[in-house]
Every structure is written in C-alpha cells, then in structure tokens.
Design a protein around this ligand. Structure first.
Ligand SMILES: Cc1cc2nc3c(=O)[nH]c(=O)nc-3n(C[C@H](O)[C@H](O)[C@H](O)COP(=O)(O)OP(=O)(O)OC[C@H]3O[C@@H](n4cnc5c(N)ncnc54)[C@H](O)[C@@H]3O)c2cc1C
Length: 272
C-alpha cells in the first residue's frame, strides 16, 4: 500500500484502503452474535502482545454442586459480600446480590468477582454480611428453647427458609438442627456461624465466552498510547473497546470504556 493509505481491508463487500485503521472488533463474549478473535490476529500481525483472553462478567461453576444438593436451591437470591485474592496480600470485595442456579452461582456478586477470579483460587462468600453469626449464636443462646434452625432464621432474616433448611441438612449441623438452641454446643454454633460468614468455594470454571458479558485480556495496554489508543508499534493503527485488555465493572462501564476509547481515537485522528 502507498504511504498515504497504508491499510488495505479485504471484505465481503469489496476492498478498501485507508490512511487510518481503528480496530473495534470487540472481545470473545458471545460468539453466537458475532464475536471473533479477529482483532487479536490483526494486533499480532503488527507485533502486538495479546494478554490471553478469558471470559469476564460470567457465572461460575463448581464441582460437586449437584452432589451437595445446591442445584435444588436454584432461583434463590440474596445480598452477600464476595471476595477473592488478587495478589499475595490483596483481595477484592463486592457487596452485591447472589443467585443460585442449577449449574452454579450467578447474580451481580458473581459476575463482578468473575472478572478478578484466578483459576485455582477460591472465592469467599459472606452470606450474612454485617452480622457476626458465631458470636451471636453463642452469646444469645442461654435459656432459648427454640430449635436451632428457627434461631438461625431469626438471626439471619436475609436467608430464605429453603436455604436455611438445606444448609442445616449438611454435616455437622443436621444432628443439631431440631434441637433446642440452648443445648447446642458452642463449638457447633461457632462452626455454623463461620460457615455462613465465610463460605469458601473453589470454582471449577466459568460458563465461558458463550454467555460472558465481556472479555478479560486482549491487546496489551502498555503497547498503546493511553491518550489516543494509537499503537506504539504501527503508526495510524488504533485499538478501542473490548479488544483491548480492559474490562469494566457491571453498571455500564464496558460501554463507557468502548465509547471513551473511541472518542480518544477519533479526536486524535481529527487533529493529526
Ligand atoms: C449480553 C451482554 C450484555 C452486556 N451488557 C452490558 C451493559 O449493560 N453495560 C455495559 O457497559 N456493557 C455491557 N456489555 C458489554 C458491552 O456490550 C461491550 O463491552 C461493548 O459492546 C464493547 O464494544 P466494542 O465496540 O469493543 O465491541 P462489540 O460491541 O463487541 O463490537 C464488535 C463488533 O465487531 C464484529 N466483528 C468481530 N469480528 C469480526 C469480523 N471478523 N468481521 C466482521 N465483524 C466482526 C462483531 O460482530 C461486533 O459487531 C454487555 C455484553 C453482552 C454480551
């Protein structure tokens, strides 16, 4: 191609030549509606590094979900605190709603944490945020004749009855669920409280790009001019939106990023 129109695009509608090229081909989320790795291939052909693309804002799956009967809780939603480790001493936490599904967990809490989850790491769910259940269960039991499962429903009113019944059917709580609260040993009450305040789960994977709302990874940001989105490796070549290694939180931030990066590139080209 000539110096003035260095880019040649061969398409099903013909061949086009241009001075500038903006790659806005998105990430891999939902191939069924057109997502492809085209942008990564273009980037690589100009020498760019690609941070391996992975699904983001996506439901999580767990081994033994069905074996442990959690699939029977499908449809239950509750506000939780969810966290995961993202560095040696760093964790990230979200306060959002959790949704039980037949295949695992979803809802805003899980979609948010999925964008940070590192395969092999656990996530921790506090199902009764703002209440130290172990302390309450031990300190308030004196003289209480109500059954332990009823006590739990009272202390944690955000937990649906169906959820409490399932939780209390697990070992070691099942043997104590119908006993008077006051008669339950503190050791069991502490274990019960902690299990709900810090439920540690090891995801086996995600639902994948098939249903993800965004893509982690993509064109390495360090190889782009952050003011213009122009490639540092090829003049007049720009990358914007989800093809870049940027992923936003729920709440419109991915559209925000796509539009903001587009404006940066458009302004830069206008003023060239
Ligand atoms: C179900 C769903 C819900 C979402 N909800 C929200 C939301 O509420 N708020 C929010 O901020 N973000 C949301 N997002 C994310 C948001 O849609 C994306 O971050 C944003 O659209 C990215 O813009 P983009 O221009 O980079 O890529 P895209 O919008 O993905 O556009 C890329 C386009 O390039 C086309 N393309 C790819 N390869 C080729 C090829 N080889 N040839 C021709 N065309 C090609 C694709 O078909 C697509 O049309 C959602 C995403 C999904 C999937």
């Amino acid at each position: 191609s000539s110096k003035k129109t260095p880019f040649t695009l061969s398409t099903s509608k013909g061949t086009f030549q241009s001075t500038y090229l903006i790659i806005a081909s998105g990430g891999l989320a939902i191939p069924k509606i057109g997502a492809t790795g085209f942008g990564y291939e273009v980037a690589k052909s100009f020498g760019h590094s690609i941070i391996p693309p992975r699904p983001a804002l996506v439901p999580l799956q767990f081994e033994h979900w069905e074996r442990d009967g959690f699939n029977t809780l499908a449809g239950i939603a509750l506000p939780v605190e969810v966290s995961t480790q993202i560095g040696k001493k760093k964790t990230i936490t979200f306060h959002e709603d959790l949704l039980f599904r037949h295949k695992g967990l979803s809802g805003p809490a899980i979609l948010q944490i999925s964008s940070y989850w590192i395969p092999g790491n656990t996530i921790t769910l506090n199902l009764v945020p703002d209440t130290d259940l172990a302390t309450k269960l031990c300190e308030e039991k004196s003289g209480k004749k109500m059954q332990l499962d009823t006590a739990l429903e009272k202390l944690a009113p955000n937990l649906p009855k169906r959820f409490v019944q399932h939780w209390m059917s697990q070992a070691p709580f099942a043997d104590f669920a119908k006993r008077p609260w006051a008669d339950v040993p503190n050791k069991i009450l502490e274990t019960l409280g902690k299990s709900l305040n810090a439920w540690e789960l090891l995801p086996s994977g995600t639902d994948g790009h098939r249903v993800a709302e965004a893509t982690r990874g993509g064109v390495k940001t360090k190889e782009l001019n952050p003011r213009t989105m122009e490639s540092n490796l090829a003049e007049n070549l720009y990358f914007i939106g989800d093809v870049v290694d940027v992923v936003g939180w729920l709440g419109g931030y991915n559209f925000g990023w796509a539009w903001a990066s587009a404006i940066c590139a458009a302004n830069a080209i206008t003023h060239k």
